[in-house]
Design a binder for this molecule. Structure first.
Ligand SMILES: NC(=O)c1ccc[n+]([C@@H]2O[C@H](COP(=O)([O-])OP(=O)(O)OC[C@H]3O[C@@H](n4cnc5c(N)ncnc54)[C@H](OP(=O)(O)O)[C@@H]3O)[C@@H](O)[C@H]2O)c1
Length: 475
């Protein structure tokens, strides 16, 4: 594939954070802009991150130099004046792109027919596409409905509602038709657009193979997660009331939920074959497969994550609960690694022991195996049983365990050892993926116990490594 110098704007956002690794994997040279470049540099050390605010033309200086293709993924969303901000940002960018001699702008907007009365959010997405295409730089505007992926805010809104509410009261939008697209298919289109032979400005409507309703999406997601869910349709529920409800049940702020809810009334389906004609090599999949892939990948990410200071999930909304304890220690990294690899087979590894005893009794009660103190002879390997955990990954600087106890969700515990100048840092992370409302109650119900247990556990391991290093230096 031809290699390009590309610029990705809105680079801390959901779509960009999935596109950037794909561009890098395909050998493109990536520069990225954001108002907050630090997390970007940490997440993708190979890219050049440029601080820039799209509302301030001067801050774009240099960002577009020697670039052939620019992805426009900026999106204001929150706040009453988002449409005005997005208008201004798009025209600032179009002017800068023209001045820098960019060859192609690739923009991702939203589906929806302009013959419908579109929500202000969708209207603004179309308007941005028009502003970009008005300039002389060739513009490929993709239009998509909800993207199925962890961190995609509209999908997360539905996912949180499904995860948390056994019965949902929802208004008419339940029956609106929508054609969601899997994250990987969308990334394929965006990636292909860097090099595709396409002439002139184009609007490309993209979607998966299924046209569904929001009701179908909720119920199919619940089925994949093994959740029984009921939906009661009501004739009216004002968008205002819905957004307060979203605020109560999900972590999504009202300011973001409100424009999304307004848009739920608009049908968002593909109406032409532009994608198949221009990108015949891409065959998108269906909704169920996208959900299946997402759920599998979420666990996969825990198992394969390698960068020590990047959380294994890129999105902020991922329906995973996380407890993170980072403890610095004077112990050498190798010594710390040995300590975490020797865990198990003895209750003294676990702080607040009585709470584990109570947990063991509960596990027995619910037909589990109870808590056990066991570990194999010799070194741990993937698949080894350690107390009530199974080892899923082990390396000199990492141990990932998955809990085998009965719980309304999946629990994981991970330790990483990061070298520091004088010692190391032990990075302990507990993950819990709740199953339904019971899972949420479980996490929060036990949190007053878990929080001090996790803290003491990390501190205890760090101190143990220090003692061992002291002993070996004396010995
Ligand atoms: N997610 C979906 O399901 C979906 C579906 C269809 C279409 N789309 C479209 O895809 C595009 C990207 O969406 P997304 O979900 O990735 O959005 P997002 O997660 O909200 O990210 C948007 C990014 O825009 C940046 N931004 C906002 N105001 C800015 C400003 N004044 N200057 C510079 N950067 C600014 C922000 O970065 P900083 O704060 O770091 O500057 C933010 O990370 C949008 O056009 C959206 O309509 C998304």
């Amino acid at each position: 594939m031809e290699k390009k110098r590309v610029l990705v704007t809105g680079a801390t956002g959901y779509v960009a954070s999935r596109l950037i690794p794909a561009l890098l994997d395909n050998g493109h040279l990536v520069r990225a802009t954001s108002r907050h470049p630090e997390p970007l540099m940490r997440r993708h050390p190979q890219i050049e991150a440029v601080p820039s605010d799209m509302l301030d033309a001067a801050s774009l200086k240099g960002a577009l130099e020697e670039t052939q293709v620019a992805y426009y993924l900026v999106h204001s969303m929150a706040g009453k004046d988002f449409a005005a901000k997005d208008r201004k940002a798009a025209s600032v960018f179009a002017t800068a792109a023209e001045a820098a001699g960019i060859k192609r702008i690739v923009y991702l907007g939203g589906l929806g027919s302009s013959e419908d009365k579109l929500s202000s959010h969708l209207t603004s997405r179309h308007e941005v596409g028009e502003i970009l295409a008005r300039g002389p730089v060739q513009t490929i505007e993709f239009r998509a409905a909800i993207v199925i992926g962890a961190g995609s805010v509209a999908f997360e809104m539905l996912r949180y509602l499904t995860e948390r509410l056994p019965v949902m009261i929802a208004p008419r939008w339940l029956s609106t038709k929508i054609q969601p697209i899997a994250e990987s298919d969308l990334v394929d289109y965006l990636l292909a657009a860097a090099t595709a032979e396409v002439e002139g400005d184009r609007i490309v409507e993209v979607g998966g193979t299924d046209i569904v309703t929001y009701r179908d999406m909720i119920l199919a997601y619940a089925k994949e997660r093994g959740l029984r869910r009921g939906i009661i349709g009501v004739p009216v529920l004002t968008p205002n009331l819905s957004s307060y409800w979203i605020k109560l049940v999900t972590p999504i702020p009202t300011s973001i939920a409100r424009p999304l809810i307004d848009g739920l009334k608009n049908e968002v389906v593909v109406t032409d074959d532009s994608a198949a004609k221009l990108f015949p090599g891409i065959s998108p999949g269906g909704y169920r497969n996208a959900v299946r892939h997402l759920l599998k990948e979420q666990i996969g990410r825990l198992e394969v994550a390698t960068a020590p200071d990047v959380p294994p999930w890129p999105g902020t909304f991922d329906s995973l609960f996380v407890d993170r304890q980072w403890v610095r220690s004077n112990a050498p990294p190798a010594g710390m690694g040995e300590v975490i690899a020797s865990i198990g087979g003895d209750p003294r590894w676990y702080p607040l022991r009585w709470t584990w005893w109570v947990r063991a009794r509960l596990d027995d009660l619910f037909g589990g195996t109870g808590l056990r103190w066991e570990r194999p002879e010799g070194d741990l390997k993937p698949g080894s049983r350690v107390d009530w955990w199974t080892v899923r990954d082990i390396a000199p600087d990492r141990l990932l365990l998955r809990a085998e106890i009965k719980a309304p969700g999946e629990a994981w515990l991970e330790w990483r050892v990061v070298s520091l100048e004088n010692g190391c840092e032990l990075r302990q992370t507990a993950y819990f993926r709740p199953r339904g409302a019971a899972g949420h109650l479980y996490w929060w119900g036990l949190y007053p116990f878990h929080a001090p247990i996790f803290r003491r556990m990390a501190v205890g391991l760090a101190r143990r490594a220090e003692e061992q290093s002291l002993q070996s230096s004396r010995g």
